[in-house]
Design a protein around this ligand. Sequence first.
Ligand SMILES: *[C@@H]1O[C@H](CO)[C@@H](O)[C@H](O)[C@H]1NC(C)=O
Ligand SMILES: *[C@@H]1O[C@H](CO)[C@@H](O)[C@H](O)[C@H]1NC(C)=O
Length: 228
Amino acid sequence: MVTSSSTKLVFFACFVLFTFSDTLVAGESDKVQLNLYYESLCPGCQRFIVDELVKIFDSDLDTITDVKLVPFGNAKVSDNLTVICQHGEEECKLNALEACVINTLPNPKLQYNFIRCVENYTKNWESSCLNGYGDEKAINACYNSDLSKKLILGYAKQTSSLKPEHEFVPWVTLNSKPLYTNLDDLVGQVCKAYKGKTPLPKICSSSALSEWKMSKLEFSYVDETINH
Ligand SMILES: *[C@@H]1O[C@H](CO)[C@@H](O)[C@H](O)[C@H]1NC(C)=O
Ligand SMILES: *[C@@H]1O[C@H](CO)[C@@H](O)[C@H](O)[C@H]1NC(C)=O
């Protein structure tokens, strides 16, 4: 008898805990799916990542948002599977590095922090970002192996199967719908896209919102500098 009722109690406690934690963080399926299709060396992408996307992680918006980074952008894959990047070989290298960061680090915030550093210091990221952002050894091993190529080809596929197709980078989709040029109001758009049950984060109240608007971004159009 004692055993049975204590089993019940444990079961009940788990159930309460489960329900309770469910209300603290939006259920996975409720979250706004934010995908960023970008390439590492386009200035608009760099600015978006460093100055805009940070608002998701700096506020409590990351509790209702699933951020997915897709580093490929306007690159092309030729018939022999060589990747040709819009801003040259260096961009391909940084895309591959960032693909490895995403593949290696366990959560979006850690991935983002590393990638934000690389995007802020594209010319000297090695001296600026290789200390304290996470498993550099594993990231390096990925980068120097076939895995990085495989990851990039995966991102190529994800990018080319976008419907509608991306028109420029940075290209952001919220729940698969493109934001087009509304990138200067990312926070507002994420708040609007959220249809989950948990109360909206404070940042979504209109007075807090206005502080988060940014000025217009420059875009890197598909055929801007591709010449091959
Ligand atoms: C692959 O194709 C590209 C152009 O499509 C060419 O420049 C490159 O040399 C080729 N690489 C190999 C290894 O065949
Ligand atoms: C970005 O780089 C500048 C120097 O170019 C530095 O002052 C700033 O703190 C950096 N920001 C981040 C978020 O790393």
